[in-house]
Ligand binder design. Structure first.
Ligand code: G6Q
Length: 549
């Protein structure tokens, strides 16, 4: 048995879970009128009601004891101090330095990184302003109206989803288009209809070795040169964000057009670096700074609030409770706000790439579940499809509901309907509807006894399904920054509990290597194949199709 599952806190949580399993949340609410208030808190513009969870004070205390046993505070401090906590890659994890408004130094290897962080932000600001005020012009003197942002994974999801979430705050100086997939349809669709003379390409790749991003940039460059531009015009239309300045210059990006980032910023934590340039271009630099400011406030909250008042710690420990003591294998995110519809996909990468691990930092195999499957989409759409399984299925799926209390320039009726659906769902999940209630309703409707008894089973809602509700005044940049940082820290806390390295991603490497080997065989159609029979067969089929058979 691992040290985690042997720990005192783990053992006591195992016992507590047994006793909780026989109880129902609706009885707790009936017995305790203070429950909602007791299990709610606010921080950084976010209000969390976690009263509709399968917990009481004793459980929460036991969960905090577990965090304590796992030395959460010391590990959190090590991250903020720039220690090399991503030991499999030999790197510090200091994305928090990118949104550090404290005025204090942040060290990596004994060196203060803040001067380079601030210099890069100043460069981003000057560039954004030059694009917006028309000072930076295209090669024929036209102002830039369109930005094509090319990147994938962490160099795509953050910029795209955060820009989308803040649509009501866009400055319509430019329109940013995002391209990630190497599927040529994506870039073709984006470039179609754009005028190269008024288009800027932002190529975002921390490593500058990512196949998809390099290929899409080559395609964009060909498109640009075919529009009549010369090689020397590229400097006005192509910029890059990368930690690999050498490769970027070799690729042909002018050195002054490269925005640096650093290896102590993980890809999925990089929107706070110059990878966020497309956000600044879409929203204006001031709004981008607000996003950083919101995240900084959450950093301070995470560092300073005691566990029982600490949003990321509470949400993380609730997640651990369900994954490890109730067998929950997934967690659903349900933003009731159209512009936040991409958020589940963002957290999906953040959480699943960080904690989808099977080995502890000490190199031991784990004997407990780690990161859950993260999924979800915008409300109310999901209510008309997958919510069925959350309500009546056999698996437990804890849910996070999110709702802005106000939305700019929107019809009140729509927003009241949206909110009522959100609250109605959390209520239905918690309280359910008993067999007896349903049966008496069916009897009252005059259904014969036998049919009523059968139908009542189908219509019974078990309830007792856990959910969090996160409310905020409106989703402005600062609130969004806090929301993203909340989930970052939640994932960090869970990684500490499970003892895994949340900052590497070795699981994605093998597929890349094999993909490259196979690409060689697809391009050289005569080359012999030495793969397994299934892969050989798939390659043969592809080759034949390419030959027109
Ligand atoms: C994130 C991952 C991954 C990465 C992409 C793009 O944590 O490492 O999603 O962001 O593979 O990498 P580059 O920015 O190096 O192109």
């Amino acid at each position: 048995m691992s040290s985690l599952t042997q720990s005192v806190a783990w053992q006591s949580l195992t016992t507590l879970a047994q006793s909780i399993k026989g109880q129902h949340m609706r009885d707790w609410f009936a017995a305790d009128p203070t429950r909602a208030e007791a299990f709610s808190l606010s921080a950084c513009g976010l209000y969390l009601d976690y009263s509709k969870n399968l917990v009481n004070r004793q459980v929460m205390d036991a969960l905090f004891s577990l965090a304590d046993e796992r030395q959460l505070a010391a590990k959190r401090d090590a991250m903020f101090a720039g220690e090399v906590i991503n030991h499999t890659e030999g790197r510090a994890v200091l994305h928090t330095a990118l949104r550090n408004f404290s005025g204090q130094a942040r060290h990596v290897d004994g060196q203060d990184v803040m001067p380079q962080v601030l210099a890069t932000q100043a460069k981003m600001k000057a560039f954004t302003q030059a694009i917006h005020n028309g000072e930076h012009k295209g090669y024929t003197g036209k102002v830039i109206r369109h930005v094509v942002s090319i990147g994938i994974g962490g160099s795509f999801l953050g910029p795209k989803i955060m820009s989308e979430a803040l649509k009501p705050f866009w400055q319509d100086k430019v329109k940013v288009h995002f391209v990630a997939n190497v599927d040529g349809s994506h870039i073709q669709d984006v470039l179609k209809g754009l005028d190269a003379q008024e288009t800027l390409v932002v190529m975002s790749s921390k490593s500058f070795t990512t196949q998809e991003t390099l290929q899409n940039t080559l395609t964009a460059r060909d498109w640009f040169l075919h529009s009549g531009a010369k090689q020397t015009d590229i400097a006005k239309h192509f910029v890059a964000v990368s930690s690999n300045v050498k490769a970027a210059t070799e690729f042909g990006i002018a050195e002054e057009n490269i925005f640096p980032m650093w290896d102590w910023v993980g890809g999925r934590y990089s929107l706070w670096s110059a990878i966020g340039l497309p956000i600044a271009l879409q929203l204006g630099f001031e709004n981008y700074l607000e996003l950083l400011q919101g995240a900084y406030e959450m950093d301070c909250h995470f560092q300073n609030a005691p566990p029982e008042k600490n949003l990321p710690v509470i949400m993380a420990m609730l997640g651990v409770w369900y994954v490890n003591f109730f067998g929950a294998q997934s967690h659903v995110l349900l933003p009731y706000y159209h512009y936040l519809r991409g958020f589940p996909a963002y957290v999906q990468q953040l959480d699943m790439e960080s904690n989808g691990k099977s080995v502890t930092v000490d190199g031991e195999w784990v004997d407990y579940a780690t990161g859950p499957v993260i999924w979800g989409s915008e409300g109310t759409n999901g209510q008309h499809s997958f919510h069925q399984l959350i309500h009546q299925g056999q698996v437990m799926i804890p849910a996070d509901f999110m709702l802005p209390l106000n939305v700019p320039n929107q019809d009140n009726t729509h927003h009241a309907m949206l909110a009522s659906n959100c609250f109605g769902q959390t209520q239905a999940l918690m309280q359910g509807k008993t067999y007896e209630q349903v049966l008496s309703e069916l009897r009252a409707k005059g259904l014969d006894e036998e049919s009523a008894k059968v139908l009542a089973r189908h219509k019974t809602m078990p309830g007792n399904k856990p959910s969090n509700t996160l409310l905020f005044q409106q989703l402005d940049a600062r609130t969004l920054g806090a929301l993203v940082a909340l989930y970052e820290h939640k994932v960090f806390v869970q990684g500490v509990i499970w003892g895994v390295n949340s900052f590497d991603q070795w699981g994605v490497e093998l597929g890349k290597v094999l993909g490259n080997q196979i690409l060689d065989k697809l391009q050289d159609r005569e080359a012999s194949l030495g793969f397994d029979a299934s892969t050989n067969q798939l390659i043969e089929k592809f080759r034949r199709a390419q030959n027109g058979h």
